[in-house]
Design a protein around this ligand. Sequence first.
Ligand code: FAD
Length: 264
Amino acid sequence: MARRLTHRPRIVTITGKRAETPLVSTLRWRDATKARPGQYVMVWVPGVDEVPMSLCDIGGVKGIAVHAKGEATSALARLRAGDRIGIRGPYGHGFRHKPGKCLVVAGGTGIACLAPLVEKLARRWPRPSVVVGARTRSELLFVERMRRTGAEVVVTTDDGTAGRKGLATDAAYELLNRNRYSQVCSCGPEAMMRVVASLAQCQSAPVQLSLERYMKCGIGICDSCAMGGLHICVEGPVMDSRRVAGLPDFGAFRRDACGRKERM
Ligand SMILES: Cc1cc2nc3c(=O)[nH]c(=O)nc-3n(C[C@H](O)[C@H](O)[C@H](O)COP(=O)(O)OP(=O)(O)OC[C@H]3O[C@@H](n4cnc5c(N)ncnc54)[C@H](O)[C@@H]3O)c2cc1C
């Protein structure tokens, strides 16, 4: 009985909202639940939908960075301090951190789930290297937050409007040639993560990737996130790249709301 109750949404009151970019805002609420970097919550917007969101803050104040795309995320982005939402979780496997220097590679809003990891790793020595990549300047997220940690931060934009012109993977390639890393962690478009995983092979550094699939239940029942016999909501979203490499859908197919496979 007690176990079932943990999967009921907890109604929380939003205590803070901040516009981070023209399309991304962070919402925060007080929540004493324990969470690890890379875990996600199911966020219920009453009357609209329930959607998965990575936790970008994992302490006594929890946070999500919402990229307004469709109905649920736009409704979330319209909320204000004092409004209420339902939260289930945290769910899934987060990033495991190993001793030694870590390379973190983020594309777009992928930095949301990596930010708590960087903050944790940067409290120790050696400090991590972080690549924050976006298509253009206005889409860059959490750059100052990452710089404040003391990590080595490399910013890239595809169009060169901020930081280095080029892809996040170009910067990752150079960092991998310059430093010795004991682990690589990445979140962003699957095409980017596929390249990150193959670049890291030259150092035999273990790679952890955070995957995004359609998720409805978050507890391995509905099959929406099924991928090569695994439920990403439970076995992921963070997985070892060697395990991900064995999944035929990685970087190629995802499922829609009805469970139909579609090309990415
Ligand atoms: C583990 C995980 C962590 C995520 N973290 C973040 C985050 O930190 N910030 C953020 O902005 N977004 C995050 N997302 C994506 C976010 O859940 C979707 O963008 C959101 O559900 C879209 O809903 P919508 O109604 O606004 O858009 P829709 O118009 O319904 O869909 C827009 C896109 O989002 C996808 N999507 C829709 N519903 C879901 C769902 N239930 N699960 C997964 N994908 C869905 C659709 O396939 C489509 O590609 C995460 C997804 C997962 C699986």
